[in-house]
Design a protein around this ligand. Structure first.
Ligand code: 13P
Length: 249
């Protein structure tokens, strides 16, 4: 049985006060599901010291390089030292706004794993790709790129987040059936590459306008193992309500 994970991706939002509010509310989180928070880099130390034991910390991006002349970049070892367990790689905003392609994202995936972090690999199709019935081709390529770079057992100790680009920040959510179908495809693809044992243990999170009122239905799907929450993670009540749905599901 895979334990559900609810992770908040704050994107370029939040401040110390939000860390404090989430830390206070998360103190009464249960053990049935995992809670994680991914604030911007400067808030990591505050979050590491304030979040209660058991609430995991994650970053939103990482360099594919170990160290050196890469102005503005942050290495996986630095994130580990800052107290992170997770790092998001390949979020669609990084892919679209900052031109990260599958190869770069795969490099970040490998760097995270080598340093001992758990990468949360974001995959997902645009609306045009869905309309052209290319969802599986696009998502399959995104999975394969990480697998080719990381080698056998690539997805051991990793997390995948399916985030349909058309559902991010739009208020438009994939239906539970649409999401479940892609999640099952991802698990199948990973089984073909890494074997069914790795695939069965792999947490596959859904991201894209997940809210308290749609969380339970999405999280009730067989292959949906949690959520990567954007907007709703900035409201502690909503974030914890989604977490509650995961813990009770
Ligand atoms: P929203 O929940 O705001 O749609 O964002 C989802 C997301 O991008 C999480 O990484």
């Amino acid at each position: 049985m895979r334990r559900k994970i609810i992770a908040g991706n704050w994107k370029m939002n939040g401040d110390r006060d939000l860390v404090r509010q989430v830390a206070e509310r998360a103190a009464d989180s249960a053990v049935e599901a995992e809670l994680a928070v991914c604030p911007p880099f400067p808030l990591l130390p505050t979050a590491a010291s304030q979040l209660p034991f058991g609430v995991a910390l994650g970053a939103q991006d990482v360099s594919e390089y170990e160290a050196g002349a890469y102005t503005g970049e942050v290495s996986a070892a630095m994130l580990l030292e800052a107290g992170c367990r997770y790092v998001i790689v390949g979020h669609s905003e990084r892919r679209t706004l900052y031109g990260e392609d599958n190869d770069r994202v795969a490099g970040k995936f490998v760097a995270a794993k080598q340093a001992g972090l758990t990468p949360i690999l974001c995959v997902g199709e645009t609306l045009a790709e869905r309309d052209a019935e290319r969802t599986e081709a696009v998502v399959g390529e995104q999975i394969d790129a990480a697998h080719e770079a990381a080698g056998t057992q690539a997805f051991q100790g990793a997390v995948v987040a399916y985030e349909p680009v058309w559902a991010i920040g739009t208020g438009r959510t994939a239906t539970p059936e649409q999401a479940q179908a892609v999640h099952a495809f991802i698990r199948q693809r990973v089984a073909e590459r890494d074997g069914s044992e790795v695939a069965e243990q792999l947490p596959v999170l859904y991201g894209g306008s997940m809210k308290p009122d749609n969380a339970a239905e999405l999280l009730g799907q067989r292959d949906i193992d949690g959520g990567l929450i954007g907007g709703a993670s900035l409201k502690p009540d909503s974030f914890l309500a989604i977490y509650q749905a995961a813990a009770e599901g």
